[in-house]
Design a protein around this ligand. Structure first.
Ligand code: AMP
Ligand code: GLY
Length: 422
């Protein structure tokens, strides 16, 4: 089978790494990919939002399956596009159609969906631009901190948590004035939930689902979870508090009603669902849905997945996921992200990465790199994820940190306390 994977981050490198282990794979293409994926398949210089060019490439290269890494093309309807074109219709697309991708593409839709299916989430109300007064009134009913969410996609920046009501009002006004563009034309205001976060993933064909290993992500740039939010500075899997009892609640109260809800609402869904959860005194609540895998969670989830990912994808595409096996390695996997100095603020690109050949016993997933004149250069804020296995979390982290020190580039930064809180 020929597979075209779209995206260019650590998530896509980790997926490419897993896909190439399948005996069912003939040829892997990655569009646009990075220096890491170039070693596993053929990088194709097509941006993820150019559906015509992706479709044309797929036909010309006899692609049988399209695996969509990031959310943007899904929310913008790449799956629908493939279904609408005679020449592309036979290609299996891993990732939901537009209707299902709304779970991530519209926070209001997601909250209403959870409401209809009694899925635990924070109390909320949503407001349009014209409803500023009503929105201020709702804010005054809540206790600080205040959570404001732009309805649409805002590249992971559309959630604000404010400590005072005056700040919340100011920020709300800015959102309505276009701080996040059209994404903020509608704003969800919700109650703040206090607890520890967890990322849970499933693959679903719209009827049944397979639970993938869970993970914990470290979003803040600074040690002790301080400073600005990033795309993620590291991850670990498994997560100690996600024990049998807690995961039982997650499946019963959240995953099953979500899959059933999609089915009952006639929303076809073939792909990943990422449940961003928070553990409030032993009870799971949904913070957000994503319609793709997480990054850097994928860099620990894929290594722990023992089953053949391509076989799971085929089962999913054929609506026979139920018949497939999905097994996890019992070891821990830990990922430490090496980032460019300054990230998540302004940072430099194009710095040469050295010492990759010295890494032993860890996997290196490229997140923001490119190949140029035979050199591997930094090409993003998040540059490389160093993933290791260990019989304990501490063993995995020790190895990740040992290897992190061996890779050098100007401005390199990483958090030294990944996994500190569990
Ligand atoms: P997102 O950008 O959608 O991943 O959300 C950013 C972060 O905001 C989440 O990872 C949570 O840490 C936090 N967050 C979102 N909603 C809530 C909430 N209702 N209560 C507490 N924290 C929240
Ligand atoms: N690591 C969180 C995300 O991918 O959204």
């Amino acid at each position: 089978m020929n597979i075209l994977l779209i995206g260019s981050g650590g998530r896509e490198h980790a997926m490419a790494w897993k896909i190439t282990q399948s005996s069912l794979l003939n040829k892997l293409y990655i569009a646009p990919g990075n220096a890491g994926t170039a070693a596993l398949g053929e990088n194709v210089n097509i941006p993820v939002d150019n559906f015509d060019a992706i479709g044309k490439f797929a036909v010309e290269h006899q692609v049988d399956m399209l695996v969509v890494g990031p959310e943007d093309p899904l929310v913008n309807g790449i799956h629908d596009y493939f279904l609408s074109e005679e020449k592309l219709r036979h290609i299996a697309v891993i990732g939901p159609q537009k209707a299902g991708a709304k779970l991530e593409g519209s926070k209001k839709f997601a909250k209403e969906f959870m409401g209809r299916h009694d899925i635990p989430t924070a109390r909320y109300k949503s407001f349009k631009k014209e409803e500023m007064d009503e929105a201020f009134e709702f804010l005054s009913e809540l206790k600080p901190p205040y959570v404001l969410k732009a309805d649409g996609l805002a590249a992971g920046t559309g959630v604000l948590i404010l400590n005072s009501i005056s700040e919340a009002k100011t920020e709300l006004a800015k959102m309505f004035e276009g701080k996040f563009g059209e994404a903020g034309n509608t704003v969800v205001i919700e109650e703040f939930l206090k607890g520890i976060e967890l990322s849970v993933f499933v693959l679903t064909d719209g009827k049944s689902y397979k639970l993938l290993p869970e993970a914990k992500d470290y979003k803040r740039v600074g040690e002790g979870d301080t400073g600005l939010n990033t795309g993620g500075m590291g991850s670990v899997s498994p997560v100690s508090f996600a024990d049998k009892d807690f995961m039982g609640k997650v499946e019963q109260r959240i995953i099953q009603p979500t899959i059933k809800g999609l089915y009952e609402e006639h929303i076809p869904y073939k792909g990943f669902i990422f449940f961003g959860l928070i553990n409030v005194e032993g009870n799971p609540y949904v913070i957000e849905y994503n319609v793709r895998m997480g990054d850097p969670e994928t860099e620990v989830v894929m290594p722990r997945l023992k089953s053949d990912l391509v076989e799971l994808f085929i089962g999913l595409a054929q609506g026979k996921l139920e018949e497939k096996k999905c097994e996890a390695d019992s070891r821990f996997a830990t990922a430490v992200m090496l980032t460019s100095g300054g990230y998540p603020g302004p940072y430099q690109k194009g710095k040469e990465i050295m010492g990759l050949e010295n890494v032993k016993d860890s996997l290196v997933f490229h997140a923001g790199t490119k190949l140029q004149d035979g050199k591997i250069l930094t090409n993003g804020g998040r540059v490389l994820a160093i993933t290791s296995f260990g019989d304990t979390k501490a063993d995995g982290l020790k190895l990740s940190y040992k290897n992190a020190d061996l890779v050098q580039f100007e401005g390199r930064y990483f958090r030294k306390d990944i996994g500190f809180d569990i």
